[in-house]
Design a protein around this ligand. Structure first.
Ligand code: TYC
Length: 131
């Protein structure tokens, strides 16, 4: 059908958007348009983009630097160099980002920091903040 073949790119072009205007929704499309009885169709899959949260570490005067570096390496998978940098940033500035996660993971990390700090008798505190 000549008509369908000529108009197909324009029809597809009308429904193709790089970014979905709704928050937290990204739209992906099947790579190639399909033709069903001369009508151009294209599947669209909508994926929710989960909000992310920073896990913040707070400075205090009593928690040893080595303990904070150990937390950053073992709970937040930071390299020794990165863990030291983050710890020093928190020490100097009062607060710093240990990692960024979806809410449930971020809250679990905070609970793990507090658990380890309390077990060792240190006042280290962590918190969650929207990215
Ligand atoms: N200020 C602490 C000290 O001098 C070290 C420290 C760094 C504590 C980071 C907490 O989140 C923290 N021993």
């Amino acid at each position: 059908m000549d008509f369908a073949l000529v108009t197909l790119p324009a029809v597809i072009g009308l429904v193709t958007r790089r970014q979905d205007p709704r928050p937290n929704v990204s739209t992906t499309q099947t790579p190639a348009p399909q033709t069903e009885g001369g009508v151009a169709t294209q599947e669209r899959t909508q994926l929710a983009r989960p909000k992310r949260f920073k896990v913040l570490l707070l400075n205090d005067d009593y928690t040893p630097m080595e303990f904070v570096v150990d937390i950053l390496q073992n709970l937040f998978q930071k390299s020794p160099a990165e863990a030291t940098q983050i710890m020093l940033h928190v020490h100097r500035r009062g607060v710093g980002v240990a990692g960024i996660y979806v809410l449930e993971i971020a809250e679990t990390k905070v609970a793990q920091v507090h658990q380890r700090a309390e077990t060792s008798g240190y006042p280290l505190r962590a918190g969650v903040k929207p990215e």
